[in-house]
Design a protein around this ligand. Structure first.
Ligand code: ATP
Length: 486
């Protein structure tokens, strides 16, 4: 499985999905660029999410808030004081680890070695100690199990410390006696852009509770990184939706979004058995209920999306810090026939990482197929079985030869289709080789124009997943593909 993961990483690079950032200069750790195929796949995923949130829910609207925000936002939200992970340094190798990752890595090794009981015990102890912020207890746990650092093979650790994950930078060029005056943070989550705009959107959009505000955008965290490709990045993209509800109804909405979000993942082709819920043991400072939707990545079950019941924490904090009233007047009638009146709404949030979703889709799609042909020889292909509706390129248009008027027919089909969906035109190489290349980049349909096309206006359509080929009318291609990518 892990081997398969390294194959996926090289495949992403080879076919223009993902490149290491600044690769020319040997790269920047945990930062990645999306190439010509990857950018389109990422956009398709983002668009699918956006449509499911905003267009398909008449009580959810979308915004696009700035990455820079007033520094007090992050004091109010608790990020300046609390947004940190416990970390520990190995004294011999000078390597820094996140405490939970170090212990989880140890547990994985134990499971691989058949010591599942020990692994479970250690993980349970870790959860309890983390929940109690018991750092000396955690250090004892590490030492008692002789948990070593992969590089130095020694167990010589510093004390555990908190490490704030926010990136800081200087804003403007105003001279000030207090250097802190110019500090701004790169947002570590998109959610706060929604909270500070709650009243703007509610009033200008005449929104009635319950309603939601959705947003996609970059977030930044100075993660202590275990090498997991785009699973954990320092610059990544979130797709978040904050749903504002009447206090006391949060459980009902939490359950609603839990079910709805899992169903959405299934709707884009993630099999139900590869998804599971994981309730949080330690709740964040703002939450009264929280769970992760986990996916079985090539390196194990890990968080793909978080569903959090954030109470009225954020809006109340922003009201306190800004000294402004952030409330909603609810004129629906309660059981006594009176309006619910003024209150601070509660929030249920859904927060999914676009890059993690991308990795999910790719790790399901990637298949290295091998088979024996009729003549007894071995054959095979690497194929990305990305569901047609999210695949970056939908149709490859391939003239069999670069002559006899075939490219002209192919190009007129291209002109006819490209307004409706993304096409790929290619006339180089033998047709079999071109099919394999389309398999590798995940193009679900190929159409080949040959000499017969000139006689009877039919073409060969080839389906990526089962390599089936059939002859259809040239004039049917566009309508058929439109139907298949719905
Ligand atoms: P983790 O426990 O894996 O660090 P988290 O609980 O801190 O994640 P949240 O703060 O709930 O994550 O963020 C919501 C979503 O944003 C996550 O479910 C994940 O998909 C995504 N995300 C968070 N951090 C990163 C990161 N460093 N790289 C890529 N995606 C991320």
């Amino acid at each position: 499985e892990i081997n398969n993961f390294s194959e996926i990483i090289s495949h992403c690079k080879e076919y223009g999905y993902i490149f290491q950032s600044s690769e020319l200069y040997d790269g920047l750790s945990a930062v990645y660029d999306y190439g010509q195929m990857g950018a389109q796949l990422k956009k398709n995923l983002r668009d699918t999410w956006w449509k499911s949130m905003t267009q398909m829910h008449d009580n959810i609207v979308g915004i696009d808030a700035a990455i820079f925000m007033h520094p007090t936002v992050w004091k109010a939200s608790g990020h300046v004081d609390n947004f940190s992970d416990p970390m520990i340094d190995n004294k011999d190798s000078n390597k820094r680890y996140r405490v939970d990752h170090l212990i989880e890595g140890f547990a994985d090794e134990q499971i691989a070695a058949g010591n599942e009981t020990l692994a479970k015990e250690v993980l349970a102890q870790m959860d309890t100690l983390l929940a109690a912020d018991d750092y000396s207890g955690l250090k004892e746990l590490i030492e008692a199990n002789n948990i070593r650092c992969a590089i130095s093979k020694t167990s010589n650790w510093t004390a555990i410390r908190q490490f704030n994950l926010m990136f800081k930078t200087e804003f403007g060029a105003v001279a000030s006696d207090n250097p802190d005056d110019n500090i701004v943070y790169l947002r570590p989550e998109t959610a706060q852009g929604i909270f500070v705009n709650f009243l703007n959107v509610q009033k200008t959009g005449r929104m009635k509770i319950p309603f939601g505000i959705a947003q996609t955008g970059k977030a930044f965290r100075n993660e202590i990184v275990a090498r997991q490709f785009i699973f954990r990045m320092r610059e990544f993209e979130q797709m978040e939706m904050q749903f504002f509800v009447r206090p006391g109804t949060q459980k009902q909405w939490y359950d609603y979004w839990k079910t709805t979000r899992k169903a959405w993942h299934e709707s884009i082709g993630i099999p139900a058995e590869k998804l599971r819920f994981h309730d949080h043991v330690k709740l964040a400072h703002y939450a009264d209920m929280a769970l992760d939707i986990e996916f079985e990545f090539p390196f194990g079950w890990k968080e793909l999306e978080g569903i959090h019941s954030r109470t009225d924490f954020d809006l109340t904090q922003h009201a306190t810090y800004s000294k402004k009233k952030i409330q909603y007047f609810d004129n629906d009638l309660n059981e006594e026939g009176k309006p619910y009146g003024n209150y601070t709404p509660f929030v249920v949030e859904t927060s999914v990482g676009l890059d993690r979703l991308f990795l999910t889709v790719l790790s399901l799609a990637y298949q290295n197929e091998k088979w024996t042909k009729e003549d007894g020889t071995e054959d095979g292909r690497v194929v990305l079985k990305i569901p047609a509706k999210i695949a970056p390129t939908k149709l490859a248009i391939l003239p069999l030869l670069k002559k006899d008027g075939l490219p002209e027919i192919a190009k007129s089909l291209l002109d006819d289709c490209k307004e409706s969906f993304h096409c790929f035109y290619e006339e180089k190489d033998a047709i079999g080789k071109r099919y394999r290349r389309m398999d590798a980049i995940g193009t679900p349909f190929c159409v080949t124009i040959d000499h017969q096309t000139k006689e009877d206006n039919t073409v060969t359509i080839r389906y990526r997943d089962d390599m089936r080929q059939e002859r259809i009318a040239l004039s049917d291609v566009k309508v058929l593909v439109e139907k298949l990518i719905k």
